[in-house]
Design a protein around this ligand. Structure first.
Ligand code: UTP
Length: 293
């Protein structure tokens, strides 16, 4: 097979948002984790903005029970808009929530069996095209955005790509970890992938961080993928089977990643982004200094 086959444009993105968000209870009992706001935008908005910047046209949300508010966030709110217009208020803050009619598709993951299963639930919409995956609780903050950096790399090497970053050795057991091959610039060849390895057995300290570009063949592998780490159907296990069959690279993201699925990561993101915003920076710094005494 020629590599040419693995270079079709990436137009679609899958957002698996059916997880239970148990680490954030009770906040996430009635509110989806993906709608928790960092400053003034919910997590899902950061991911959709990043996707748009990378040229994604079709947005596929894999939802589950209690997650319909995520879809409503991207709906037109007629009464709100009419009231705001009547009061002479600008509708600009709503601009990022507009998605071209027909370009937001939802599919349902009836039971949260794992990330791999969630991605497989999008197979009919993905069809035979390469696609991006965004885990919205990993907030990737940089210019250009993480997926734009990955698309630039994809245009060079095609195939499959994951974004990676280095963490201290003792943290690798919480993540998918790559076995790295040769590196060139921000690109590293991926020779192997393992989900949640023991620190002593991890092939590196480069962890996969919530952004993927995958060829559609992964769906066929997910179809028969058995349970892996944590008793869940793991995307990592099916991706690992693509290595050697198709090009597979990692992109080291030039930017900052906040793990907003964890409480400390969420607070860090809120502080970092507030301190980065011109309209808030001075006030937030003064408050932080006061709090730290
Ligand atoms: P997490 O591992 O963060 O799980 O999932 P979670 O359920 O969201 O949160 P905790 O660990 O209970 O606090 C990573 C991503 O995969 C999605 C989640 O929504 C999140 O975006 N996911 C996970 C699914 O869509 N379905 C699943 O079955 C599992």
């Amino acid at each position: 097979m020629s590599d040419h086959q693995f270079r079709k444009p990436v137009r679609k993105a899958v957002f698996p948002v059916a997880g239970l968000g148990t680490r954030f209870l009770p906040a996430t009992k009635a509110i989806p984790k993906e709608l928790l706001p960092v400053v003034d935008r919910p997590l899902i908005q950061y991911a959709v903005d990043e996707a748009r910047e990378a040229g994604i046209e079709e947005f596929v949300f894999v939802t589950g029970r209690g997650k319909t508010a995520i879809v409503e966030h991207f709906d037109t709110a007629y009464e709100l808009e009419a009231t705001m217009t009547g009061r002479g208020k600008s509708l600009d803050p709503l601009e990022p929530t507009r998605i071209q009619p027909g370009n937001l598709v939802t599919v349902r993951q009836q039971v949260p069996l794992g990330l791999g299963h969630a991605v497989w639930c999008a197979r009919a919409v993905v069809g035979d095209e390469p696609f991006a995956i965004f885990l919205p609780d990993e907030l990737m903050y940089g210019t250009p955005g993480c997926m734009k950096q990955m698309i630039d790399a994809y245009n060079e090497v095609g195939g499959n790509l994951v974004s990676v970053l280095e963490v201290p050795n003792e943290e690798v057991s919480s993540y998918g970890v790559i076995a790295p091959g040769e590196s060139r610039g921000n690109l590293t060849e991926v020779k192997g992938l393992v989900e949640k390895p023991k620190a002593s057995e991890a092939p590196s300290n480069k962890i996969v961080s919530g952004r993927y570009i995958l060829q559609p063949e992964v769906m066929g592998l997910l179809e028969t993928q058995g349970k892996g780490a944590g008793g869940e159907i793991q995307l990592t296990d099916s991706m690992a089977k693509l290595i050697g069959q198709q090009p597979f690279h990692a992109v080291t993201f030039n930017g900052r990643r906040f793990d907003c699925g964890s409480k400390v990561g969420f607070v860090e993101a809120t502080l970092a982004i507030a301190l980065d915003r011109e309209d808030m920076r001075d006030d937030v710094r003064a408050i932080a200094q006061r709090l730290l005494g």
